[in-house]
Ligand binder design. Structure first.
Ligand code: ADP
Ligand code: TYD
Length: 207
């Protein structure tokens, strides 16, 4: 019996409202039309730890930055090792895994609030957290992002202010420059038409 070829692990990142959901849907359709099996997933996950994180993100429960960073790591480990549909299992089964946010978000959001090296190392050095094959960073200025967020929604999460998103975006840039020799991160200008952005993403995925 021939072994299944491992799928590709592709992560989408960007500040809130950058267009991740929109572009992930288009990429999923494109890959499926090209005969690939695709598994789409997101962080925080739908598990118990993801629920705790959502309560903290909405402001219902108050958590420190270190608590948040540790909770995201716990959620991410489960996301990787869950034997039913964890990232490792799906990749081994030959699926391309597309994930909406991953450890780069922890490094940017929690890393801009507490010891950034601790957050980075806890994620990068964990033997049960896989490293993506490709990270696509949809880049928008905080003002452009806030315009999109406030247009579509009545409620906001704790990080969704222009001031916070400015710190987070700066931290994303710092992290990508630090990781440039070991992680495949591609920065995409997200202030363009949905179709133009999609075409660039397809080119990056096929590169
Ligand atoms: P995210 O998942 O990163 O929060 P979404 O894909 O949900 O982003 O997009 C946020 C909002 O911006 C939605 O209302 C969406 O329709 C809109 N949007 C997405 N991409 C674009 C684009 N390229 N130009 C204009 N509006 C967009
Ligand atoms: P998400 O639901 O993807 O929001 P959006 O669609 O608006 O981008 O993410 C929820 C929030 O979780 C978002 O503000 C970023 C934050 N987050 C972190 O702070 N650290 C992390 O490690 C992850 C994965 C997300």
């Amino acid at each position: 019996m021939s072994e299944k070829k491992r799928g590709r692990f592709i992560v989408f990142e960007g500040i809130d409202g950058a267009g991740k959901t929109t572009q992930i849907e288009l990429l999923e359709k494109y890959l499926k039309a090209n005969g690939r099996a695709v598994y789409r997933t997101a962080e925080p996950t739908e598990s118990v730890s993801g629920g705790l994180l959502r309560d903290a993100l909405s402001g219902v429960s108050k958590r420190t930055a270190c608590e948040m960073a540790a909770m995201f790591v716990f959620d991410r480990i489960f996301h990787n090792v869950n034997p039913v549909n964890g990232i490792q299992k799906m990749l081994d089964d030959g699926y391309d895994v597309i994930c909406d946010r991953y450890y780069y978000s922890s490094m940017a959001y929690q890393g801009s609030e507490t010891d950034a090296a601790w957050v980075r190392d806890m994620n990068l050095n964990c033997p049960e957290i896989l490293h993506p094959d490709l990270c696509i960073f949809l880049d928008l200025t905080p003002a452009q992002s806030m315009e999109r967020i406030t247009r579509g929604r009545a409620t906001q999460e704790i990080y969704e202010t222009e001031e916070r998103l400015t710190l987070v975006r700066d931290q994303f840039y710092r992290v990508f420059s630090e990781l440039s020799d070991r992680e495949n991160v591609q920065i995409v200008n997200a202030y363009r038409s949905i179709e133009e952005i999609h075409m660039q993403i397809v080119a990056l995925v096929n590169a």
